[in-house]
Every structure is written in C-alpha cells, then in structure tokens.
Ligand binder design. Structure first.
Ligand SMILES: *Cc1c(COP(=O)(O)O)cnc(C)c1O
Length: 367
C-alpha cells in the first residue's frame, strides 16, 4: 500500500501525454504556449470564474495574488496558523506581516469567530485555506471581509473541485490560488500553480507579474515582474488530468465514506466533519486521536503508510520565530497538531486496503 498513487495516475494519461510531449518538442513550444492557454480556459470554466493565470507553483500563486493587490511592507494579512507554511511565507515575501488566527477544531479551517479580534488599521487581506479539501466558511468570511474592507484570497492548493453548494473553491475571493504539486488532487509533471479571478484588471496585472512585468508588446516592461510562468509540459499534463478530476474526487469521497463506516462509534477518535452544503474532496483524510504514537507503532508493524499534516503550527515554526508568537497562543491548532494523523485516501486504493487500515485503527482504539 502507498500513501500516494502517482504512478497509477500517470499511467491513465501516459499515451496521450507522450503524444502531446512530442508535439511540444516539434513546435519548440516550451514556455507558456498553447497548452497553457487552453488549460487556463479549461480550469477557469471548471471553477466557474472568468480568468485563470498559470504560474509556476502554489506558493507563487499566493505571492503574486498579494502583489497584484499591492499588499506590501507595513500591511498585515490574516492567515490560519494550521496550514502548509507557504500560506504565511507568501505574505512574508511581500514584506507584509502574517497575522495568525486559530482554527475551528471540527473543520480544521480558520475560525471565523476569531478573525475580527485580529483586524487592525493595517490589515489588508485575509487568506482562508481550504485545508485537506474542505472549503472554509466562505459565507461568513466574505461578509467579514466586505465589512472590514479586506481583500479575500483563497488558498485552494488542496481543494481542486471542492464546493459549497454549486460554488467551487477558487470562485469566492478576489483571487483563488491553486497548486499542482505532484501530490495534490490535480497535479502536474513537476511544479505548477494557477490563480483564478473574475477581475479583468487583476487578470492583466497577474499576467504581467508572472512574466517579468511584460506588457503585451515585447520587451516593454511597465512594472516589476517575476519569472513565474507555467510551462507547456505541465499544462499538457494538467489538461489531460483535469478531465479525470471529478471521477478521482468522487472515489476519494467514496473512500472517505468507507472509512467512516468502519470507524464510526469508536471512542477516542474524531473523524472528519463535513458541514451542510459542503463537498469535501478529501485531499487528506485526517483524524484526531489521543493514541497517535500507539497508532503509528501499529501502522509501522503492518506497513501502513500515513502522514502527519502538520506537526507544528506556523506560529511555532522556527522560520516564523521573528513574528514573536509562542506556545499557548493558539490552543486548538496546538492540540490538533499533537493528535492529527492522515490516512491513505487516494483513488487507487482498494476497499480491502481501506478495511486493513481501519482494522489496525480499531485494534488500537478498541476500549
Ligand atoms: C501545497 C500547498 C501550497 C504551496 O504549493 P506549492 O505548489 O508547493 O508551492 C500552499 N498552500 C497549501 C495549503 C498547500 O497545501
């Protein structure tokens, strides 16, 4: 059993991908290129937004979104403390200060009730993270952002296809930021990322920012820019996989249901919550247990792969020490970091493998 199914996933597109690679080589269409343009259109349509800008990673998607909104030194940006570190690094890279907020213990997403107390005159934006494939509480966050005149940027790096009602992740904010890192629900043949937006103005700015500040005319640069282009090989891979994303997500959801059937009623264990109206796409299936080290020992005995997302909340990461936080600042995130463990959930798992994982969990949590 493996934690990810990258090889099996690749085999489903291999033939068409290799044909497309040959075409890219013949046309010498390596950077940006027609696959990028078509993938941007496909992905924008998929998310129900007007524009998409391919970039070279999820981290850059966040960074360039902040730059496009002119977030800079002296500004503050609100982010959850329980997420992948790129969410806060993107803010730091602009010169602005990340302001951490605790999470809701049921959904693992930012605790909306705790945002207001962190808003100051310097606050410019809020970045909710759709962690593990579940959208944050976007209705309340959008209201709060509007009331306080804050930009709303979604970190949707783990939430391709996640929804609230019919509205997809990436369609709620000024910008939606996606990563196509190889382990994400939709993944490239290397690094990749993308920004969704409904603003033509932001679309234009983002298109220039990712490409050395280039204007539509060659070698005319109206602004400082970066080299953050999505290359054509990645886009060709992504276009092929996007067609399969909904099927893959459905299997992840089915796998999550199987786990829930096996594990419901067990004491000392908390299963993922899905709020009403939300479609969780289970980038990760993360449970809480007070017996994590015993469970890890048994997982090792039975050769069951697992992962810990995340051992250390961002306010306690060494790299963020200069921000001045300490243990005790965000008790929920700190407890979750001690108790969380993620089970294999990828679409290539068999029902038998899922029962095997569940049996080991039951063994540890029988009383
Ligand atoms: C993966 C991820 C990122 C960063 O994406 P990269 O493509 O690795 O730069 C940002 N935020 C979250 C929540 C992620 O999971």
């Amino acid at each position: 059993m493996e934690f990810y199914d990258l090889n099996k996933q690749y085999l489903t597109i291999k033939k068409r991908f290799l044909t497309r690679l040959a075409h890219i080589q013949e046309e010498s269409e390596y950077i940006l290129g027609s696959d990028v343009k078509r993938f941007e259109e496909d992905f924008a349509r998929y998310c129900g937004v007007q524009f998409a800008v391919g970039v070279n990673s999820g981290t850059d998607a966040l960074f360039l979104s902040l730059k496009s909104l002119d977030v800079k030194a002296g500004d503050e940006v609100i982010v959850p403390t329980f997420t992948f570190i790129a969410t806060s690094f993107a803010v730091t890279m602009t010169g602005a200060t990340p302001i951490f907020v605790d999470i809701d213990e049921k959904t693992f997403t930012i605790d909306v009730g705790r945002i207001q107390e962190h808003i100051t005159k310097k606050t410019r934006a809020v970045i909710p993270v759709h962690l593990f494939g579940l959208c944050a509480n976007m209705k309340d966050i959008a209201l709060l952002a509007r009331k306080n005149n804050l930009y709303l940027i979604e970190d949707a790096a783990q939430a391709h296809g996640a929804r609230i009602g019919d509205k997809k992740a990436g369609s709620f904010g000024s910008c939606g930021c996606f990563s196509f890192y190889p382990t994400k629900n939709l993944s490239a043949f290397g690094d990749g990322g993308l920004i969704t937006t409904n603003s033509k103005k932001l679309y234009r700015i983002l298109s220039a920012l990712r490409d050395c500040g280039r204007s539509t005319k060659r070698y005319l640069h109206h602004r400082l820019g970066y080299n953050s282009r999505l290359d054509n090989v990645q886009a060709a891979c992504l276009r092929l996989k996007l067609k399969k994303l909904d099927t893959w997500n459905k299997i992840r959801i089915r796998n999550a249901k199987l786990y829930a059937c096996h594990l419901k009623g067990l004491h000392n264990i908390i299963l993922p919550t899905i709020p009403d109206g939300h479609t969780h796409v289970f980038h990760a299936y993360s449970i809480l247990t007070k017996k994590r080290s015993a469970l890890i020992n048994e997982f090792k005995n039975y050769k069951i792969p697992y992962s810990i997302f995340y051992q250390v909340p961002l306010h306690l990461q060494k790299a963020n020490a200069n921000l001045g936080y300490h243990r005790g600042n965000f008790p929920i995130s700190e407890r979750v970091a001690q108790e969380i463990i993620s089970l294999p959930i990828h679409p290539a798992l068999s029902e038998k493998e899922i029962s095997k994982v569940a049996e080991v969990i039951k063994k540890v949590h029988h009383d």
